[in-house]
Ligand binder design. Sequence first.
Ligand SMILES: [Zn+2]
Length: 419
Amino acid sequence: MILRAKYVLPDNDKLFENGAVLIAEDTIIDIDSYSSINHGRLEKVYDFGEAVIMPGFVNAHTHLELTNIHGQVKRTENLTDWLMQLMKRRNWNEQIVEQATSAGIAMSLASGVSTIADITNSGWSVGTLKRSSIRKLVFYEAIGFDQKRLPQAIANLSANLDAVKPDALLTFGISPHAPYSVSADLYRKCRDIALSRALLMCTHLAESQSEHEFLMLGTGVFCDLLEKLGIAVDDWHPPRQTPVEYMRSLGILDYSPLLAHCNYLKESDIQLLQASNANVVFCPRSHNYFYHRHHPYENLMKAGVNVALGTDSLASNDSLSLLDELKFLHKSQNSTPPETLLSMATLNGAKSLRLYGQIGELRREWQADIIAVQIPPIAESATHGSTLKRKVIEKVLGDESQNILTMVAGKMCFVKRET
Ligand SMILES: [Zn+2]
């Protein structure tokens, strides 16, 4: 089949006007102008008109099983209050989680997200995710600050990893939740399992200043939270390290982990992250929701750290759309070039999930994970070449753009308007 549109933006360097993509089964065969690609072919042609055909978005951090909690948790800058509210609301069972996950997948696909990195705490979302046509890396979450919970947490993790087989669109990872909810021993065990099974690891890190206090001094709201949950903190000996230093000492940084948030970093932390090839996921609107200070993503990227984008869950955000994240960032952070923002939502995400080489850009012989974003017309006088490319990208990040096609591995999973 052939997809065509006014613009094809296979990556940040190229733009085809009146472009097209030729696809066979799940693979991109060619990308060119429509007149060159269509030469004598008898392919079915789908024309998306005034739109930009481009790589699908990669949402590198979300929790789809919380999709139905949207609007039920009160906004607060206190993360522990928020976590307590979440635990009270999360009155779930298998059916509720399956429904929430299905809804989250549909919302993601409709918004142009073709790949998700999803964290499952319940494990109940995995069947729904496996049956879905979105590309996904599913992290099984491990929680256990209490030493007594270590054997059970490890047993659950191993059982979950053995229960469902990965496939062409599904891979698995492990996510020890965060330094205040996972003991050092559980982190090390997760690391060993990830290493022996060659799985990616993800953890929430350096999310709040309270986390810093908890690790440096062993005091603060996270101690209160653990006590409220009946978890003994008397024998907690804080490592007196920053969250990033702590991860390094536990050996987590040795495996290029995916680190969600990293909102509060010292300059030396950034150097450690760079040296370890860690990946950071920045969740712009969720970040804003918690009233955090300015995120250091520009400094991270300047230092050479790969920074991807995520939505986090609907418990701290209003949509699962990376296009919405990009629009929000573009409006609030004018210092970042729009090309860089787009890369964060596509190829940086693919790199962070070890999928670059298959997805993240449109290239011959790569997977056909493709979206079409409808944009308002660009005036004829708006020149050519790199100026036009900049205009096109700015329209994608502008208020009026909307996703009209999401294709994953050559399959149209969402079409808004077929012509
Ligand atoms: Zn999260």
